[in-house]
Design a binder for this molecule. Structure first.
Ligand SMILES: CC(C)(COP(=O)(O)OP(=O)(O)OC[C@H]1O[C@@H](n2cnc3c(N)ncnc32)[C@H](O)[C@@H]1OP(=O)(O)O)[C@@H](O)C(=O)NCCC(=O)NCCS
Length: 208
């Protein structure tokens, strides 16, 4: 069994631990976080803090890492550093998900409970697909994409690197969303958007 650490002991990181335990294929070694988490909080979930993120370099070479941080931009930064230190990420799929044929999950991906990833789909490095999300056929999610709970992406959609899809937002089929764009909670996206914008509303429009 792999030994796994989770970088980030905040709410998202503790949800990653929940998924890791339900998956049951790895031993959880502890959290790494630059700020010491509340020991009572961790004690109540039977977890421990191993030290700051830099402590990863002192752990045995075969220890793998998950990044338990909701921000794709921070995941990218930590992953670049950890990769430079020759560390290997763990890829986690909660057992209560539906993952179809020809679905490619890059290293570090986390697919949380009740997500559906149907068929012929590519999901990039350290992308997180939140609880109850839907990813439709022939879609491509880049690296460090974040889909927050209950977000839905229809078929043939491309989310470029670092896109965030807020909770319960939806993206109509065949669209392309540019890198680092933030889709607000509850938005209904019915046209393409360029990189680096914030879009909200139904139908969604870019904020000035
Ligand atoms: C869109 C978003 C990024 C904007 O964040 P922000 O820049 O901090 O925005 P603010 O909260 O300052 O709100 C600014 C205005 O936008 C409106 N607004 C914020 N989010 C909105 C949304 N999702 N849809 C529609 N309007 C929204 C606010 O009501 C406010 O309007 P006002 O100026 O008329 O009062 C953020 O609200 C959002 O939806 N993030 C996704 C959150 C999410 O999914 N979390 C799940 C975590 S698991």
């Amino acid at each position: 069994m792999a030994d796994v650490v989770i970088i980030g002991a905040g709410g998202h990181g503790r949800e990653v631990l929940h998924a890791l335990r339900e998956e049951g294929r790895a031993d959880f070694a502890g959290f790494l976080d630059d700020r010491e988490p509340d020991p009572d909080l961790l004690g109540r979930i039977n977890a421990r803090w191993l030290g700051p993120v830099s402590s990863l370099t002192g752990l045995p070479r075969d220890v793998q890492y998950l990044i338990g941080i909701g921000s794709g931009q921070l995941r990218r930064r930590i992953d670049n550093w950890a990769t430079g230190e020759q560390r290997r990420p763990y890829t986690l799929v909660h057992p209560m998900t539906s993952i179809g044929a020809d679905v490619e999950l890059a290293p570090g991906v986390v697919v949380f409970a009740f997500a559906t990833v149907t068929t012929n789909i590519r999901i990039g490095r350290h992308t997180h697909v939140g609880r109850g999300c839907a990813v439709g056929h022939d879609s491509t999610l880049g690296d460090y994409v974040s889909m927050y709970p209950l977000a839905a992406v229809s078929g043939n959609v491309t989310l470029e690197d670092g896109v965030t899809v807020g909770t319960t937002a939806s993206v109509r089929q065949g669209l392309r969303i540019g890198a680092e764009t933030m889709i607000g909670a509850g938005a209904a996206v019915v046209r393409d958007f360029p990189a680096g914008v914030v879009v909200t509303g139904v139908p969604a429009s870019a904020r000035p």
